[in-house]
Design a protein around this ligand. Structure first.
Ligand SMILES: Cc1ncc(COP(=O)(O)O)c(C=O)c1O
Length: 479
């Protein structure tokens, strides 16, 4: 960038990435450091502070903190905003980021069971009744977490759960990684902050037009310190112990070299969402309403839509997540995804034996929806049912926590042949990726059912994260 002058500062590419790879020149032109006028994410007083204020306003938050390490760092910071050993309710369909946060914070999880849809084979959400029962059974729960929407786009009844917490000092925090677009159109599910959540984490890179890793942590009126503050200033957060601790955790977890391209991409996308978000979301909503029923009419497949809201634990669904099961076809989800990839150049968000999920963006045009619809219709016509039902779904067995996450993470471990781990205590996490929801965490018992499940995962050769030996021949257990 000519008017950037002679760059004698970090980053080391000095704006000249084009010399090492022509395609990367424009990347380096945006990549700066804390030069005069460019503010400092750790002490925002200028353009970053302004960008955060505009972000908060766009998202309906009292205050927003930019995250350059995905939703993961926001979840970690919020968990670390509490005292050590704080009791937190966490739904069992939560992302593996929670385990990291529990290790860092030393908090004690009370895991909430999640409703499962048998045909889809996926966890949907938590019922308010489940939260009420856990609150009755556990004294002094400080925070209730929800994952809403789920990875699959199903949203819990956040307002009913907020209502349950009203009379208590328990805070509601929501992993809303997949719902950053909700505030921009009233016909999408309600944003959790609007329903009363104290804090939410939005993975902007999941649904906004931003670069990967962009996310934000948004605080609502029910977060300590904000009650009665209509115009929070930068010191509002510092009025309460939890706010002070949250900011310290945020600064501790955030790199001292936050990427300017990432931060700029959030600011540009926020401006786009303010101006065009509602229009794009309206168009996407109409396309979804047109194409989901059309997909549903294809012989042999089922495209899931609003009827999901009649299931337990689901209050609303994101219309841009397109879930398809194919019980009436002669191929499974993995085979369908392979055909879509090789023959139609369509990449899906996830494919499992029983289902596939396509994630449409607010930027996809009618052509994209039509291309997907035609491809699925052609594949379905080529692979009619051969009268064989897909094998029954294999659900994640129940968990038994023996040691809390931090203690388990720090404990001495040994390597054992998987078959010999029965009744031992797991020393590592197992999460099928995507969606990255752990089926086993360090500190949990390897019961008969869990061991069978791990052997099943090994036989299916699914992609897993967590174990040092991803083939699962050996497994780390606590000594
Ligand atoms: C529900 C949910 N929460 C949190 C995360 C972590 O987000 P990130 O990868 O942005 O750190 C993910 C990632 O896929 C997710 O699906």
């Amino acid at each position: 960038m000519e008017n950037a002058g002679l760059r004698l500062h970090m980053p080391g590419h000095a704006g000249l990435l084009g010399r090492v790879g022509a395609d990367f020149q424009s990347w380096s032109e945006l990549d700066f450091t804390e030069l005069p006028g460019l503010d400092d994410l750790h002490e925002p007083q200028g353009i970053i502070s302004q960008a955060q204020r505009l972000l908060a306003r766009a998202c309906g938050a009292q205050e927003s903190l930019i995250l350059v390490n995905g939703s993961t760092s926001g979840i970690h910071a919020l968990l670390m905003s509490g005292a050590e050993q704080e009791k937190v309710v966490i739904p069992r369909n939560s992302h593996r980021a929670f385990f990291g946060g529990l290790v860092l914070a030393g908090s004690i999880p009370v895991w909430a069971p999640v409703e499962v849809e048998p045909e889809l084979g996926i966890a949907l959400g938590v019922q308010p009744e489940t939260i009420a029962a856990l609150l009755a059974a556990h004294e002094q729960v400080d925070v209730v977490w929800l994952t809403s929407p789920s990875y699959f786009g199903t949203c819990c009844d956040v307002s009913a759960i907020c209502y349950l917490l009203q009379e208590r000092s328990t805070l509601l925090m929501v992993d809303e990684a997949h719902g950053a677009h909700f505030p921009f159109h009233p016909d999408y599910p309600n944003p959790a902050l609007q329903d009363g959540a104290a804090a939410v984490v939005n993975g902007l890179h999941k649904t906004w037009p931003v670069l990967t890793q962009c996310a934000c942590l948004n605080l609502g009126r029910t977060f300590p310190g904000y009650a009665g503050t209509d115009n929070p200033d930068s010191s509002t957060l510092l009025r309460t112990a939890r706010g002070v601790q949250l900011l310290s955790a945020y600064h501790l977890l955030t790199t001292t070299s936050p990427s300017y391209p990432l931060m700029a991409s959030i600011d540009v996308a926020r401006d786009f969402m303010d101006r065009e978000g509602n229009r794009c979301l309206q168009q996407a909503l109409e396309l979804s309403a047109e194409y989901k029923p059309k997909l549903n009419q294809i012989n042999g497949i089922r495209c899931w839509g609003e009827e999901l809201t009649s299931l337990r634990g689901v209050k609303a669904v994101d219309p841009l997540k397109v879930l398809i099961t194919m019980d009436g076809l002669g191929l499974n989800g993995i085979q369908m995804a392979n055909l879509l990839h090789t023959e139609y150049h369509i990449e899906l968000e996830i494919a499992q034996p029983h289902m596939v999920m396509a994630m449409f963006s607010l930027l996809h045009s009618r052509d994209a929806w039509e291309h997907f619809y035609r491809a699925v219709a052609e594949i379905a016509a080529r692979y009619p049912s051969i009268g064989k039902k897909l094998p029954a779904n294999y659900f994640t067995p129940p968990w038994h926590m023996i040691l809390p996450p931090r203690q388990a993470f720090m404990a001495a471990k040994k390597k054992v042949k998987l078959e010999d781990t029965r009744n031992m205590v797991a020393g590592e996490m197992v999460a099928v990726y995507p969606p990255g929801i752990p089926c086993l965490l360090p500190g949990e018992l390897i019961s008969d059912d869990i061991l069978d499940y791990l052997v099943h995962l090994r036989n299916c050769k699914v992609h897993i994260q967590g174990p040092a030996d991803p083939r699962l021949d050996y497994f780390l257990v606590i000594e």
